[in-house]
Design a protein around this ligand. Structure first.
Ligand code: GLU
Length: 434
């Protein structure tokens, strides 16, 4: 235990903390100190199991060939097959994939799923490519990953800028490269597929629903009525949109949205469905939505509100804006949106953070249900899925909340401690081969 702490301190002096990897390692070491994690297990969990980097060529619409770089990082598989999304974004690199894979390990462990953690993607701005180019890029990436993914080995899912269509292409490519008699037994190589192709009813809204539920559970514990409460959302993709839908259904009011196109604000409320329809016409962008004022990027987190839902990228809430935040509650729909320095300021100010590995775990829990469904050939209905999700998340939420009260630690530390302890137990039971 002492050793790793020393290593981290030395590292801190040399390089300023800024990457997502530094962030997740600080969170991990903080929780590991709290539970006095065995030094051998700390060593194992401090590093990733496998890192796959593939460079692959794809023919563009104009006949030129472009070479892309794709990643898949498998952090830890002690609890089961690796699990986690694939993102298509300019910020994807080895450091980002490592950090995001680690968060997946803690997330699946905390949720009590039989999975390890992985993450990957392609360093690409997908808006620069046509749909048929994206299809060829995705299929060729799948082919390049080959047996590094698999339904009982490593199961990708949607993440930033990937969706059910992306997953359908991956599943089809992977299944097409298997011997004929094995094809349909490989459908669960990815989750988040479309409803008609082995997807799960409700997987589309699972992450946003989970974000909403954890807010609701917290509000119930703290005698807060969501009716009339104002919330802001960073990122109006799948997670931001669905979280907004469910919060609005409970009477909460969306007063600000930020995405890459701009930041919009209206204290009287922004109608979620109107905004969604508007973004559908504008290639996903929220800027210039009619019933709102376009505000400066830096003014977004300072909007007067009760709840803030960062649902975009990592490292968004930092020491530069944490002191300006007006919300009393931050619900992390994104992975790693608050860095360690930002979090320190928020906690000192008495602001509660529902940590990513709990808050957005509805997505991977939904993925688990899809995987089970494919494995057993069953088809579950929406009501059933939503009810199962609600029960599972309530269990996770209560465990984290109670741990935080009993041990007098913040919710993130509580969530990490529970997640790490489950993995520690598996290692203690099984030992280290040979
Ligand atoms: N990309 C999502 C996440 O970060 C979902 C992962 C999954 O379903 O495997 O949790």
């Amino acid at each position: 235990m002492g050793n790793s702490k020393k290593v981290l301190e030395i590292k801190k002096k040399k390089v300023p903390l800024k990457g997502m990897m530094d962030n997740v390692m600080e969170q991990f070491n903080h929780a590991a100190d709290h539970i006095d994690l065995h030094p051998n297990i700390r060593k194992i969990l401090s590093i990733t199991n496998n890192e796959i980097l593939v460079n692959f060529p794809v023919k563009m619409d104009n006949g030129d060939v472009e070479v892309f770089t794709g990643y898949r990082v498998q952090h830890n598989g002690a609890l089961g097959p690796y699990k986690g999304g694939l993102r298509y974004h300019a910020t994807v690199d080895l450091d980002a994939a490592r950090a995001l894979a680690m968060w997946m390990t803690w997330k699946t462990s905390l949720a009590g799923l039989p999975y390890g953690g992985a993450k990957g993607g392609i360093k690409i701005d997908p808006s620069l490519y046509s749909q048929s180019e994206l299809e060829r890029i995705t299929r060729r990436f799948t082919y390049a990953l080959a047996d590094n993914i698999g339904p009982e080995h490593d199961i990708p899912a949607p993440d930033v800028n990937t969706n059910s269509q992306t997953m359908a292409w991956i599943a089809d490519t992977y299944m097409s490269t298997r011997p004929p008699a094995q094809r349909s037994a490989n459908q669960h190589v990815v989750t988040g597929k479309p409803d008609g192709s082995g997807g799960l009813e409700g997987r589309d809204r699972a992450t946003g629903f989970g974000v909403y539920l954890t807010i609701k559970f917290w509000a119930d514990k703290n005698n807060m009525d969501l009716n009339g409460k104002r919330f802001i959302v960073q990122g109006f993709g799948n997670v931001g949109y669905w979280a907004s839908v469910f919060l609005e259904q409970d009477g909460a009011k969306l007063v600000g949205v930020q995405d890459a196109s701009g930041s919009i604000h209206n204290q009287d409320g922004i109608d979620v469905e109107h905004l969604f329809n508007y973004t559908q016409e504008k290639g996903g962008a929220v800027a210039n939505f009619p019933n709102s004022e376009l505000i400066e990027k830096d003014a977004f987190f300072a909007i007067d509100c009760d709840i803030c839902v960062p649902a975009a990228l990592g490292n968004q809430i930092t020491k530069d804006n944490a002191s300006k935040i007006k919300a009393k509650l931050i619900a992390e729909g994104a992975n790693g949106p608050t860095n360690v320095e930002g979090e320190k300021i928020l906690l000192e100010r008495g602001i509660t953070i529902i940590p990513d590995i709990l808050c957005n775990s509805g997505g991977v829990i939904g993925s688990y249900y899809e995987w089970l469904q494919n494995r057993s050939g069953e088809i579950w209905h929406l009501d059933e899925v939503m009810e199962k999700l609600r029960k599972k998340l309530k269990g996770s939420f209560d465990r984290v909340y109670n741990y935080s009260e009993n041990e007098d630690v913040d919710l993130r530390t509580a969530a990490f401690c529970i997640a790490i302890q489950r993995i520690e137990k598996a290692y203690v039971q099984r030992g280290i081969f040979p």
